[in-house]
Design a protein around this ligand. Structure first.
Ligand SMILES: [Mn+2]
Length: 424
């Protein structure tokens, strides 16, 4: 893994040079997100900045410029007052050395970066990261043309350069996601056995997250624990309901390991056994998910993967008396959208909703090494015919291979009998 970040920076330089204009790419550490007055949410590094530096430290900035011999790493001088509260910051010197960067320790970082941007024509910058740097770039953008002789005149989102690099995952990145998946599985194993009628959703949530943290991870997003009708709300966050007999419990959760995310959804029957129409609905969603996974291979569109699931769900909705008509015509009319209102999945990597434009049902073609989720579902906010109000989703993480895909979360069971075994 030596020189991992150096080699990524080299790829950025190559892309900048290919534009044949003086160009630069600017990325910053994440800012602290306020929680309440002067307290903050736990710090989480910006994914682009981590991708290019491996640094977990706040208040750092990386400028890669075709007009500089080396990348520039900007940091603030040590503030003695801050040290009292936060401890001594990690020295940026080894980081600069490992990146082959020149270290610039300055108190007014935006002003210093602005000076370095004078010869630049095209600037690639982040829309969400450091607010002060963003303000400085916006000032440059807002300059009238006669004042723009010595500043960038062409502004682009960093995604233009970083998305094509980040979207295909290396072996190393896939092994990080696998580790996140294993911890996700551990947390489910420790949680499934406690599920029973009378327990509250927040108790299940606390158990899942406790085990993720016990194994050195953080939740990669806000865990969703939704029982019965609550599961029809896609991003349900109240977590106040008592688990009731005869209901299914939806768990949408994932660990983040070393900045890499896993994202899984599993359904548990509250009593430990799937029964009746919910068992049938479950099998329909599972079949949709398996068909969708089977459609994944390099070169196919995400739309094809989506349609493989949508057709099974439409057939199921016909069997349950919710829809009537020809399956292809219903798919064409998007008749399933009230019951399956989201895309088939999303890119997964450093961000739980990663780069790659795979959300929705659009046209991008899958490439080897892309990692994304496959998560079809059926949702009924109100009872429909003999179906109770409920929501069912099954989600796994896959990596695209030449002639298929590898399910990175395959250790987590999803057949009904195996889930029942897990809860026994
Ligand atoms: Mn997801």
């Amino acid at each position: 893994m030596k020189d991992l970040y150096k080699s990524r920076i080299r790829k950025v330089i190559k892309t900048l040079l290919a534009t044949k204009t003086p160009s630069a790419l600017l990325v910053s550490s994440a800012p602290f997100a306020p929680r309440s007055r002067d307290t903050f949410h736990p710090y989480r590094q910006n994914s682009d900045f981590f991708y290019l530096t491996g640094s977990l430290e706040p208040a750092q900035h990386l400028l890669i410029s075709t007009e500089e011999e080396k990348p520039l790493l900007f940091t603030e001088p040590v503030n003695a007052h801050k040290v009292v509260w936060d401890g001594k910051p990690v020295s940026p010197k080894p980081l600069a050395r490992s990146l082959g960067a020149t270290l610039e320790t300055v108190s007014d970082i935006p002003q210093e970066i602005k000076k370095k941007l004078r010869p630049i024509h095209s600037l690639y910058y982040q829309s969400e990261s450091d607010p002060q740097v963003f303000r400085m770039v916006n000032e440059l953008f807002g300059l009238p043309s006669h004042q723009r002789l010595t500043s960038p005149r062409s502004f682009h989102h960093v995604d233009t350069i970083l998305e094509p690099l980040r979207v295909r995952k290396s072996r190393h990145e896939i092994s990080e996601i696998k580790r996140a998946a294993e911890v996700t599985w551990e947390s489910l194993q420790h949680t499934a056995q406690m599920v029973e009628p009378g327990l509250r959703e927040h108790e299940v949530l606390a158990t899942l997250e406790y085990h993720m943290r016990l194994f050195g991870c953080e939740p990669s997003f806000s865990t969703i624990v939704a029982s019965g009708a609550s599961a029809a709300t896609l991003h349900y966050q109240a977590h106040t309901q008592k688990l009731k007999k005869g209901e299914l419990l939806l768990l949408d959760f994932g660990a983040e390991y070393n900045m890499y995310a896993a994202d899984v959804t599993r359904m548990l029957p509250v009593t430990g056994t799937f029964t009746g129409i919910l068992a049938e609905l479950y099998d329909c969603v599972l079949e949709a998910q398996l068909k969708s996974i089977a459609a994944v291979r390099s070169g196919v569109t995400i739309q094809k993967v989506y349609n493989a699931a949508a057709r099974v769900l439409i057939d199921g909705l016909k069997d349950f008396g919710v829809l009537r008509g020809n399956t292809s015509a219903l798919l064409e009319k998007r008749a399933h959208l009230p019951y399956f209102p989201h895309g088939i999945g999303h890119g997964l990597g450093l961000d739980v909703h990663d780069v790659g434009r795979l959300r929705g049902t659009n046209k991008p073609k899958l490439q080897e090494g892309m990692v994304f989720t496959i998560e079809p579902g059926l949702y009924f906010p109100r009872p429909v015919g003999k179906l109770p109000a409920c929501g069912i989703r099954i989600e796994d993480d896959v990596v695209v291979r030449k002639s298929g895909c590898e399910v990175l979360t395959r250790m987590i069971p999803k057949e009904r009998s195996k889930i029942e075994d897990l809860m026994a």
